[in-house]
Design a protein around this ligand. Structure first.
Ligand SMILES: *Cc1c(COP(=O)(O)O)cnc(C)c1O
Length: 404
């Protein structure tokens, strides 16, 4: 594709108007929206309204004017993006904390089952939290195996499978319906981590028969740094699972101030403490942007941006580790390179922001709402120049930062 062809694709792109709804800095090609989504223009006024009017002026009255039900309200909007009913999703805590709550609940659900089955190389927090969850439930254990050993690992002792729908490094995507059915065949629950899926690829939790899910607010949902996360529990399970973090906001009647805990019906029981309203306002601005988006357009453009980048990578001799088949991948593309870290830093120095994943992965998020074909084309030009001149060999680009 030539630069002019890329421009023509942008001009004909039905998602192009969404780009203007983000405050993207000049001179930056942002290929890291899968790590931290950019700032929606609506977020700053929403946050300033929250601070100045809702907090400053309305003070505590705001709890009854839209704050207290924000976790359910925003959860209901996210539900529409992931094939769930509005009353199956709630916003709370971080992805890590939500994972903990659901894993402990799943382990306690059927005392005859003791094992969490997950994948080695899963996103670190998923495995770390699973370790912590099994420590809280007597007899429980974690069995993390390679992807090709998963089928054999799921058995009559499996309480829950914990799989990340789209892999954070390679972008590989599980067939959610197939692996949910596999868990059910052994009588286990299926828990999906949607952090790299929601807002990136089609997700149909109920269509797949999924039991449980968690997902992230600050990646493709553009909810702001450290935005609250969400969790999903299928209707049929909602009264049978209880949160181990039995806080008052998940109580059936928090303002009855009772000594004894009684879980609220539905998803509310997954709340522990008071919702962080500043962060919730940022998340809602990000989620609202998604409401009118045609998700077929998103999927088609994600696939096309990927193909463009894959062709550039092939021309530059880079090893692509992401699947070629759009149905088997998410919305980022990853290349393996021995100097991946320095390459990434050299790109950032030239305004092309992707990221590095240890030990040798160069990762680029392809976010159809605000990224254009010409952006990808330009990023490819700059990457080609860095490779051709070995500009990444400058020692300055090898200095490791705390966050990669
Ligand atoms: C980003 C991500 C998380 C994030 O967890 P936090 O609790 O928000 O830090 C969890 N799981 C996966 C798979 C992720 O990609």
């Amino acid at each position: 594709m030539t630069r002019n062809e890329a421009r023509a694709r942008d001009a004909a792109d039905p998602l192009r108007p969404y780009r203007d709804r983000f405050a993207l800095p000049e001179g930056v090609i942002y290929l890291d929206g899968n790590s931290l989504g950019p700032l929606p223009r609506a977020a700053a006024p929403a946050l300033s309204d929250l601070v100045e009017r809702q907090w400053g002026d309305r003070l505590i009255r705001s709890w009854n004017e839209g704050w207290i039900d924000a976790p359910q309200r925003i959860g209901g909007k996210i539900a529409a993006l992931i094939g769930a009913h509005a009353d199956e999703v709630i916003v709370a805590d971080s992805t890590s904390v939500n994972l903990f709550k659901l894993l402990v609940a799943a382990l306690r659900h059927d005392p005859a089952r003791h094992t969490i089955v997950s994948e080695t190389g899963n996103f670190p927090t998923d495995l770390h939290i699973a370790e912590g969850a099994v420590d809280c439930v007597p007899g429980a254990q974690l069995n993390a195996v390679a992807r090709d050993e998963l089928d054999g690992a799921i058995d009559q002792d499996t309480a829950v499978t914990l799989l990340t729908h789209v892999h954070y490094k390679t972008g590989e995507r599980y067939d959610m319906a197939q692996w949910t059915a596999r868990a059910h065949e052994s009588g286990a629950l299926a828990l999906w981590d949607l952090s790299h899926s929601v807002g990136a690829v089609a997700v149909d939790l109920n269509g797949a028969g999924a039991d449980l899910a968690v997902g992230c607010g600050y990646k493709y949902l553009n909810g702001g740094p450290g935005a609250p996360a969400f969790l999903f529990v299928a209707r049929a399970l909602q009264d049978r699972l209880a949160s181990p973090l039995s806080g008052w906001m998940g109580h059936a009647a928090p303002f009855a101030f009772a000594d004894a805990y009684a879980p609220a019906p539905g998803m509310t029981r997954w709340l522990a403490g008071t919702p962080p309203m500043l962060a919730m306002a940022g998340l809602e601005a990000g989620v609202d942007l998604w409401l009118g988006v045609d998700r077929d357009h998103v999927a088609a453009k994600s696939a096309a941006l990927f193909d463009l980048f894959a062709a550039i990578g092939a021309r530059l001799g880079l090893e692509c580790v992401s699947p070629a088949d759009p149905a088997q991948r998410g919305s980022h593309i990853s290349f393996r390179h021995p100097h991946a870290y320095a390459l990434c830093q050299a790109l950032i120095a030239r305004g092309v922001i992707g990221d590095f994943r240890d030990p040798d992965i160069l990762r680029f998020g392809l976010t159809p709402l605000y990224l254009g074909y010409e952006d990808v084309w330009r990023a490819g030009e700059i990457l080609g120049e860095i490779l051709a001149t070995a500009a990444y060999a400058d020692p300055a680009f090898s200095k490791r930062h705390a966050v990669t």
